[in-house]
Design a binder for this molecule. Sequence first.
Ligand code: PPE
Length: 307
Amino acid sequence: MPIPKAQSIWFNGEFVPWDEAKVHVLSHVLHYGSSVFEGIRAYSTPKGPAVLGLKPHVDRLFFSAKVSRMEMPFSTEEIMKAIKETVRHNGHEACYIRPLVFRGYEVLGVYPLACPLDVIIATWEWGAYLGPEAIEQGVDVAVSSWRRTAPDVGMAMAKIGGQYTNSQLVVMEARDRGVTEGIVLDVFGFVSEGSGENIFVIYDGIIYTPPLSASILGGITRRYVMQLADDLGYTVKEQNIPREMLYAADEIFFTGTAAEVTPIKRVDGLAVGAGSRGPITKKLQDAFFAVTRGEKDPHGWLTYVNE
Ligand code: PPE
């Protein structure tokens, strides 16, 4: 589905009409994947649109920029303000927000530091990432033949454009096999994450999720779901998950800004639990969507764009 256009894109501090937000074909980023980005959602609430996790997402953007040795021409506060302004300017009730920092046009060659840095913030209306039924029915997944970037090959904790060639291989292979998403193992053979989601495995009443050392992106949704699980009195353990736990699990779900909390109903053709969304997953979804609907935000994760 084509991206539904919004009015403008914030481009280096100014609003540019959607169709005019362009770059030169010799921009460094197109050749070498030299960008860092974020995926954020704003939700419709009774007090108007609210951004979920604005500060942690912008902090992660700056972390990704730092390790990519990009000197951000804007401060954290300026980017947070610009994100709120863009949602307001485009008149969204709810939307997906994509800040992107990239090395632009001037010089080529792998060595990147001589290139100018461009910053954009785009917003558009994006529905359920893994299909409209996924949130209730769950998705069918398979363990990927690809491994996650090794700890000494890239930086899984950073959201760097070029690293998503790995994610693309994973999701293309999954769709070829007729499933929605792949589960990627780390180089040591432990469960890492999906192509664009973190993963949780529930076994015998305990909620497990891979640690940061398993080549995962430190998801903001992951962190929030761990907190909500703790609020509900569940034990959450960050520990290495062997592949067979995917088959032993009572429930499995993905988390992510785009995917939100999506149950997994089958792995490698084997039913997870009863083969449909499990009760703990449902409780965590209810708690998560109570926050995003603006009904209950005990930890202050929402930022209202009109305030
Ligand atoms: N792992 C990866 C590899 C990843 O890309 C994401 C976000 C997550 C985990 C979950 O992180 P968080 O959003 O902070 O909970 N993936 C984004 C990109 C999706 C896309 O297709 O683009 C997202 O969910 O916005």
